[in-house]
Design a protein around this ligand. Structure first.
Ligand SMILES: CC(C)(COP(=O)(O)OP(=O)(O)OC[C@H]1O[C@@H](n2cnc3c(N)ncnc32)[C@H](O)[C@@H]1OP(=O)(O)O)[C@@H](O)C(=O)NCCC(=O)NCCS
Length: 163
């Protein structure tokens, strides 16, 4: 299981590892909107901004020295937060996603936010099950919503959790 995995706030020194994690998960080509090849510089710059924001947080799941999972959450509208998360494939199904999501929800609550929202692909059973277990509801279905690099148009489900 993932008991030997620790959660902590991410810091600037983690940026290369966080970019690498997203690159790996993007390369799977199925789960997240970001696609390969990643613009590493742009991603790193985005993370640097995210880490400096007071209306957002990034948590890392760390096994030994390695970052094996992450969740970012930020509130671009007053009290309305969005998040994205990713766990390295070998570390999935060990409760790490559940712990990261709980940390992000607790952070959002601590800021007085009223809602957390996100988009997910309908074929992402693991993510949808994780979110529903945390109390998120399916709020909308958007057919042929996101254009992939290969030209396919993928459906998207929007989900939300009222805090
Ligand atoms: C989605 C993701 C974050 C889940 O994290 P995880 O660490 O694997 O999830 P956990 O082990 O904490 O599981 C939590 C719950 O999710 C559900 N779940 C996890 N894996 C599942 C699977 N393969 N199928 C169905 N449900 C699953 C279960 O309800 C589970 O609770 P349970 O163990 O009590 O039954 C992870 O699979 C991942 O990083 N996937 C690739 C990137 C991604 O999809 N990001 C989200 C994009 S919206």
């Amino acid at each position: 299981m993932g008991e030997n995995v620790e959660l902590r706030r991410a810091r600037e020194a983690d940026i290369p590892a966080l970019v690498g994690l997203i690159e790996t998960v993007a390369a799977e080509g199925r789960w997240i909107a970001t696609e390969s090849p990643l613009d590493r510089e742009r991603r790193a710059a985005g993370l640097r901004v995210r880490l400096a924001r007071s209306d957002g947080a990034v948590f890392a799941a760390v096994a030994g020295e390695a970052i094996v999972g992450e969740i970012w959450i930020s509130c671009d509208w007053p009290g309305l937060c969005e998040f994205g998360m990713a766990i390295e494939a070998p570390w999935r199904g060990k409760g790490i996603g559940h712990r990261l999501l709980a940390a992000a929800i607790a952070w959002a609550r601590s800021t007085g936010a009223h809602k957390i929202a996100l988009d997910v692909f309908p074929h992402n059973d693991a993510a949808i099950a994780l979110y529903e277990k945390a109390g998120f509801l399916r709020e909308g279905y958007h057919p042929r919503h996101l254009r992939r690099k290969n030209g396919e148009l993928w459906d998207v489900i929007s989900m939300g959790l009222l805090l």
